[in-house]
Write a protein that binds this ligand. Structure first.
Ligand code: ZN
Length: 334
């Protein structure tokens, strides 16, 4: 048995040095003390290197020779020489198990990466494994023979086809320095402090009660004793759609009194919505601005008397157009 193991090990070493396989995660070439190895058509990589490259934390249980990687709500466990691995407790069959090479624990790159939700591509020509993690689904543009990859499909007026970053990596292409830089999206939420957590819970409770602007919510949370940093965290991570919040607020204002389009925008900006959010709300609240002008004129006339001219001036001052103001006055008998 010992002899067979030694022979296998020698064979594995031979395989691993025969062709140098490169491993890329997004745009980063992953440097490992033990190089990636191809065993039975599967690329094996050092366990810690691959897990950490895709942002997972790794624990090693020496008594069972089991490595466990955790990222977000995904837990992947893999045991040396065991063709059954586990993803969130569910068994998965591996055709090539994790194994020791040069006394390093090596695991199948594709299995680990795909279990963690990454896309994996193998490039035969360049013997490269491309793992798309932060760049998953992010398409770039290449030509058949070019040495660069592009972020714009119209860079330099060329004719490109769409590709994944992993493909570009696999072909050894380098980024074009003329196109805009890639936008990396955050993968896993960072672990929350207790202050951030309670601010977030409070924020979500408030949003169930009434509409808030981003700034307004931060002020409210600070008023409730959250630190500014925790309040900002909560407002940024509560998942609120600020346009929808502005729209809600607009509708509650319209339930209270009449507004012109511009008057409503001003009010929402005063409530710390951005001018864009305020405009979105005023444009989408479904108000009939002529009817609003009539209603506004009626409310003024209940308070004091106006000449036709003064009433129209007042309505224009409130942000109604001249036509709306005239309509509002005339429908009130002026
Ligand atoms: Zn370009």
């Amino acid at each position: 048995m010992k002899k067979i193991c030694a022979f296998l090990l020698a064979l594995l070493l031979l395989t691993s040095t025969a062709g140098a396989v490169d491993l890329y995660v997004d745009t980063n070439k992953i440097e490992t003390d033990t190089p990636p190895a191809v065993v039975d058509g599967r690329t094996l990589v050092p366990v810690r290197a691959i897990f950490e490259a895709i942002g997972a934390t790794v624990t090693w249980d020496a008594t069972t020779s089991t490595a466990t990687g955790i990222r977000g709500d995904v837990v992947v466990s893999i045991q040396i020489n065991n063709t059954t691995a586990h993803v969130n407790g569910e068994p998965r069959t591996l055709d090539v198990p994790a194994q020791l090479i040069n006394s390093r624990t090596m695991v199948p790159a594709r299995f680990i990466s795909e279990s963690m939700g990454c896309d994996v591509t193998w490039y035969q020509d360049t013997e490269t494994v491309g793992v798309a993690n932060k760049t998953k689904g992010q398409h770039i543009y290449v030509t058949k023979s070019g040495q660069k990859y592009h972020y714009s499909g119209t860079c330099n007026g060329g004719t490109y086809y769409e590709a994944t970053l992993a493909e570009a990596m696999g072909r050894g292409l380098t980024p074009c320095d003329k196109c805009v830089l890639i936008q990396e999206t955050p993968v896993a939420a960072p672990s929350e402090t207790s202050g951030q957590k309670s601010a977030l819970e409070l924020a979500r409770r408030y949003l169930q009660i009434t509409a808030f602007s981003y700034e307004g919510l931060i002020s409210q949370l600070e008023y409730d004793g959250c630190s500014h940093a925790d309040a900002v965290y909560a407002a940024s991570n509560c998942g609120a759609d600020w346009n929808a919040q502005a729209l809600n607020k607009a509708q509650s204002y319209l339930g209270l009194m009449a507004f012109s389009h511009d008057g409503l925008v001003d009010q929402l900006v005063y409530d710390a919505y951005t001018p864009e959010q305020a405009a979105y709300a005023a444009d989408n609240c479904g108000a009939d601005w002529n009817a609003q002008a009539v209603k506004k004129a009626t409310s003024y006339l209940a308070l004091m008397s106006f000449t036709r001219e003064k009433l129209i001036d007042q309505l224009e001052y409130d942000g109604f157009t001249y036509e709306q103001a005239v309509y509002g006055a005339e429908q009130n008998g002026y």
